[in-house]
Ligand binder design. Sequence first.
Ligand code: MG
Ligand code: MG
Length: 269
Amino acid sequence: MAIQVKTLDQLKTMRRAGLVVAEIHKAIREAIKPGMTTSALDTIAEAVIKRHGATSNFKGYHGFPATICVSVNDEIVHGIPGDRVINDGDVVSVDCGAIIDGWHGDAAFSIGIGTIDPEDQKLMDVCEESMWRGIAAGKNGAKLSDIGYAIEQYTNSQGKYGILQEYGGHGIGTEMHQEPHVLNFGKAGNGPEIIPGFVLAIEPMITRGSARTKVLADDWTVVSADKSRGSHFEHTYAILPDGKPFVLTSFDGGKAELARLGVVVSDLL
Ligand code: MG
Ligand code: MG
């Protein structure tokens, strides 16, 4: 399947979907605390989606039963909200999306609860920064594999982390998961050229140990094989017609984080 190239008008609608995702993240970040169940976070996400007249792209996705994925500690991605209680010291990863007028947004973050092991905090910081490095590398005219190269190089420069191999980023538009698949590792200079109208979800997933994973008996939850803790960050970004990027799922379009890396975001949205 060809990569879907979006028009400026379509990107404007995707920005609306992205802002709903940003609002969900904000609401969950503000509410999350020890003693809460993971299903209480799901309820918050549902309310935000409803308030904005959006729909969830997670609920019902291949039978997924909830609005968010919530993955705790050695769970890395695709955890199902439920009765699990969030504790002090946990690392919680939340992934969610929203649809507006048929266009999708998708983003994830990890957060430490209460008093955090400094190594867990570093895990999350490295994962998040690798995502920004990946987005910065995925500029107009770059090759797709430049993104994974940047993610892997940065992650490996920070210590011994396992970069998940079986899961990666993706194109996104009128469906949540589109071509191309975006690896979080690999050599630079390969794959399609990134051009205006591309929209990609960049989502590194790393652990403090092995990159090997298992899927739990619920058929969804991905855990590290060695029980090491994991982190997951994701943003959806676009290349605008002016050739500049814009992070659709970030309130400021990624302006502040990308400026640190010498990248200027578009002002077309
Ligand atoms: Mg996601
Ligand atoms: Mg995604």
